[in-house]
Design a protein around this ligand. Structure first.
Ligand SMILES: Nc1ncnc2c1ncn2[C@@H]1O[C@H](COP(=O)(O)OP(=O)(O)OP(=O)(O)O)[C@@H](O)[C@H]1O
Ligand code: SF4
Ligand SMILES: [Mg+2]
Length: 323
């Protein structure tokens, strides 16, 4: 059994809104293995960002982690103090947030922002050695050293995204969660940025969760894919199996929209709408849209259980039904 870098058990996250309680993450179990690249896919609103933020302990009101366990190695992330968690963020587990370009400070030069991150985490050294470390990090993401003197608006989207990767790797974390790091970029630039990320991952052996929509890119980068639907993981397995032999009807619809699944619009192309996360869901959350729906799907919620090969799937269909 491979070693686990990150373990999530029965994670539940709610948002308390005027319309009611949004069950954004509704009982997620997940293992991220050491050195693994795990892709997280699913329609808009399926809970990917909420899951990522909950792992980072960055859920803010009206959101609340209701229950569950998140272990980084043998550290229980829900039990460490705020100060310890702050230290762990970046140095042990880093996140490249969705819309990362907005995460860069518009009025601070790139080099200074990278150095701020280093200093925040007690990285000692003279100004010159910190500057040289910043240049080194820029080089790792294929950016010229002179970028350090520029402001974010003077960089292209792809360059900005490379900076956010440089910042995420700056303290050598064991785990990086990248939330749609390339979605705002055009297809060619996306591929180049992912190539760089892939090279860095291979060199450092960092475990990665990559959230994304472009199934082609997801297939290229990841070892396994987890598919989210209505706040739950409904299938997880090796990339090749997810694409060639999906076992959940939703996964099958998702991958059959290839090679066009480059954006959220195509994901929306699956007939029907995801359920409201405010109303209680009876049975399988996918039942209103599922071409294979059966009687028991209306009342019994399928649990994520071991399917064929190395996949797990949450569906009442018998093994091999979609083959
Ligand atoms: N701050 C918030 N307040 C209220 N509801 C929220 C908040 N953030 C997220 N939600 C709700 O939680 C659910 C999951 O949202 P989340 O952003 O995690 O989805 P996502 O899978 O990341 O979507 P996308 O692909 O669009 O980024 C959605 O129903 C969303 O409306
Ligand atoms: S449990 Fe039933 S409704 Fe849900 S995906 Fe499987 S067959 Fe379809
Ligand atoms: Mg998101």
């Amino acid at each position: 059994m491979p070693q686990t870098a990150l373990t999530v058990r029965n994670l539940v996250v709610h948002f308390h809104t005027r319309a009611g309680v949004v069950r954004a993450v509704d009982g997620v179990d997940l293992d991220l293995f050491v050195g693994e690249k795990l892709g997280l896919v699913g329609e808009s609103g399926s809970g990917k960002t909420t899951l990522a933020l909950a792992i980072m302990r960055m859920i803010k009101p009206p959101g609340r982690v209701k229950s569950g366990e998140i272990m980084l190695g043998d550290v229980d992330l829900q039990r460490v103090s705020d100060a310890e968690m702050r230290k762990l963020r970046s140095s042990e587990i880093a996140m490249i947030p969705q819309g990362a370009m907005n995460a860069l400070n518009p009025v601070r030069r790139i080099g200074a922002q990278i150095i701020d991150g280093l200093v925040d985490h007690d990285q000692q050294g003279s100004q010159e050695s910190l500057r040289s470390r910043a240049r080194e990090l820029l080089a790792q993401v294929d950016l010229d050293a002179e970028i350090a003197d520029r402001y974010p608006h003077q960089l292209s989207g792809g360059m900005q995204q490379r900076v956010t990767i440089a910042m995420a790797i700056s303290l050598g974390p064991r785990v990086i969660i990248a939330d749609e790091p390339t979605s705002a970029l055009d297809v060619i630039v996306q591929r180049h940025v992912i190539d760089t990320f892939e090279r860095i991952q291979a060199a450092t052996g960092t475990s990665v969760i990559l959230v994304g929509h472009d199934m082609g890119l997801m297939a290229q980068f990841n070892d396994r894919i987890a598919v989210m639907y209505a706040g739950r993981i409904i299938e997880i397995g090796p990339v090749a199996d997810i694409f060639a032999r999906p076992q959940h009807p939703y996964t099958k619809l998702l991958v059959s929209s290839l090679p066009h699944t480059r954006n959220k619009e195509v994901m929306k192309g699956i007939p029907g709408l995801p359920p409201s996360l405010v109303e209680p869901i009876s049975g399988c959350p996918f039942n209103p849209r599922c071409p294979f729906v059966m009687e028991k799907c209306l009342s019994i919620k399928p649990e994520l259980t071991e399917g064929e090969r190395d996949s797990s799937v949450a569906c009442h269909l018998p093994a091999g039904a979609l083959a």
